[in-house]
Design a binder for this molecule. Sequence first.
Ligand code: SF4
Length: 254
Amino acid sequence: MPDLKVRAAEVNKRLKKRHPDAHIELDFMNAFELLIATILAAQSTDVRVNIVTKSLFRKYPDPAAFANANLVEMETDVKQTGFFRNKAKAVINCSKAIVERHGGEVPQTMEKLVELPGVGRKTANVVLGNAFGKNVGIVVDTHVTRVSGRLGLTASADPVVIEQDLMPLVPRKEWTIFAHRLIFHGRRTCHARKPDCESCVLNDFCPSVEITADRPSPASSTGRSARAATPSSASPSQSRTSRSPRGRKPSKSV
Ligand code: SF4
């Protein structure tokens, strides 16, 4: 465990320097909008969700408007995000629950959030960390799963277990931003199919540095990885210029 803590601290430190602007990439103006955007983001991209929510939040400006929406119309409204039938049902039912059980306000606890239809622990963590500034857990999405596995910070591919593995390794006040740093790194350098290890700032101690496009190795490689070297004092490789996607209007609450 001490070795893993050292490694996690080094990862956090270097990624902070590499991605000083790491942030949530979904657009939102309040907790409710973030909740809806996060539900729609499942199996989709933040860019696509931001396109859809731009008009969606104008058409349905609050939880009551979503709760009273016509299901078929909502399916059309969210179609571009994929899995639109389930998502339309989820955002309407979630909004109904918020209106009926919580007076139109998004609850601010993990327990109450995960009781809402369509809301799991990952979505709740996104809302708590980014809309309410509460570090209750660590968001584990596909990027956090892949990158933390390759770095040997977890030996599991199960998001629930990964979150439990990561939380003791990082100071609680850093949980939300740590996930953003891993996600930024996963999107810009540690790609799923072809990680850019050559330019990666973690390549001098990453136990998966040798993986190539021919040998994609997500979390499954971590049994070996977790026993690999801890960070050395060697200087990390020079990194490329950041390819931050910023350019959209930043989210209000982040
Ligand atoms: S060295 Fe390669 S596998 Fe390891 S974190 Fe960097 S990009 Fe990912």
